[in-house]
Design a protein around this ligand. Sequence first.
Ligand code: B12
Ligand code: SF4
Length: 478
Amino acid sequence: MDIKKIRFVEPGNRPYRKSLKNSFVYDRYIRTPALGLITLATVAKRSVSDTYMYSEAISKIVWDDVLDADVIFIGIFTFNANRGYELAEYIRKNSSAVIVIGGLHASLNYEEAVKYADYVILGEGDESVPKLIDELKNDRVPDFEGLAYIRDGEIIKTGEPIVPHNIDIIPDRNLCYNYDKMVGHSTIWPQVHASRGCPHNCAYCALVKHYGRKVRTRSPENVVEDIKETIAFHRKKKRLAEILWITDDNFFADRKWAVSVLNAIIESGIKYKFTIQVRYEVGFDDEMLELLKRAGFDELSMGIEFLEDEAFEQYEKKSTYSEILRSVKNIQAHGMRVRGLFIVGADNHTKGVGKRLADFVIEHNICGVLIQSMYFIPGTPVYDTHKDKLIDNDWSRCIGKVVHYPEKISPYDLQKEIIYASSHIYSFKRLLSALFKKRGLERILFIGEFFWQMSVRSDLKKELPWLKEISEKSGLYK
Ligand code: B12
Ligand code: SF4
């Protein structure tokens, strides 16, 4: 077939809507466009020059420009999967384009996604997207490894995904509609993703299944080049909090490489603030902490997840409460802030889990939090053990809300625990204290998060009557 035009579409969990509030603080309608999809658009443009992307995280989709494309790629995580299917159905009705769905959720749950697409591409798309374009261009029926499609009513999976090894690709952010106009908004983060894969195997983590346990890295030079381009792109407009997020899941898994990237950042002379996700072990590595500090990292987001050794053990996290605490203290002693990423809804969690979390955060000076209720994606070990306990399969609720019937606390009570923790960590009293006692970035971030958490809580609260009803109906919590 003749392929003249390709469009990429990122569905929004809540499609973007313009509001004044969104310019300054986190609110519901604005998020950063998916870098993975921009990376794929960058690669596809090498084959078809009329390639462009729309992200509902930052704009409405211009349908007139999308529906006459020859191939339309849609990328879905779990939280935007339902919207992705909705868009695919709309495209199917109104366009003759070949529809391809991919991304983490489609990959792990291809039997669901394939109903809405001509093809699902499994795994990372860096090599398979150009391959599919090439097959279609040459009038061959795509049938290479890592595809799923329906033939004669039957779902066919052609084999395991193609794993790209050369991932030295700098995403061309200009390919995403409206992105350059939206930079400067406080909720749009400059981001760079430098490595893929993680050698660990935490039971709730969908990433190991998607990217694999073998770590693949970009060259330090390519990462530094990307950082420079990202900063230049985002500096088109002033952002209140100038921080670049290295979004790797486990940047430190290949220690030697991590050291070389940090050294390359230092040597490049880039003057910027950075943040990154860490496992607790990084907090024991004094040399790494020194390098991080010198490179401009003044905040580390630690996947703390739980505060009980029982939960660490059950979900294969391989850490302990005392190690977490020791690690937090050592990072802080090196002059960096620690942000905490937490999971609630573990089998051992009972009423009081929210208070325990808030007390820990406040007592140990954790600068901010993300609290996520446990969720279960097909393909993860926790899905296999807990699939009978899911409330429903409304994936759009996988944004921190309670999505299952936990062992020792009802969905209703657990959601109240999240609200409790959030309102204590981001209380008015602590906001005032941040205004007077915190300085610079730390103050700006706390203020932004205060309002963001207010909108998160208001969403969680709206669901309480429904959660109460289903908790009572379940008969599980007498
Ligand atoms: C940056 C980031 C964000 C940013 C930007 C999100 C975005 N638009 O991408 C922000 C801060 C906004 C964010 C928010 C959230 N996030 Co987030 N985020 C990430 C993070 C750390 C990096 C994403 C990234 O750049 N990846 C790197 C690129 C290269 O990978 P990729 O996007 O997956 O793309 C590759 C492949 O998947 C594939 N692919 C992707 N799309 C397509 C499409 C086609 C057609 C094909 C063929 C292939 C393909 O090819 C790409 C290139 O190789 C990921 C972790 C991760 N490793 O992905 C979590 C992650 C995506 N986030 C997650 C979650 C849970 C959230 C929140 C719900 C958290 C919360 N409680 O609020 C919110 C949801 C926001 C909302 N309400 O809509 C989860 C999602 C889990 C899941 N099963 O879907 C992840 C995986 C983290 C985790 N540890 O589990 N997030
Ligand atoms: S360490 Fe992080 S990325 Fe690695 S398996 Fe565990 S949760 Fe997933």
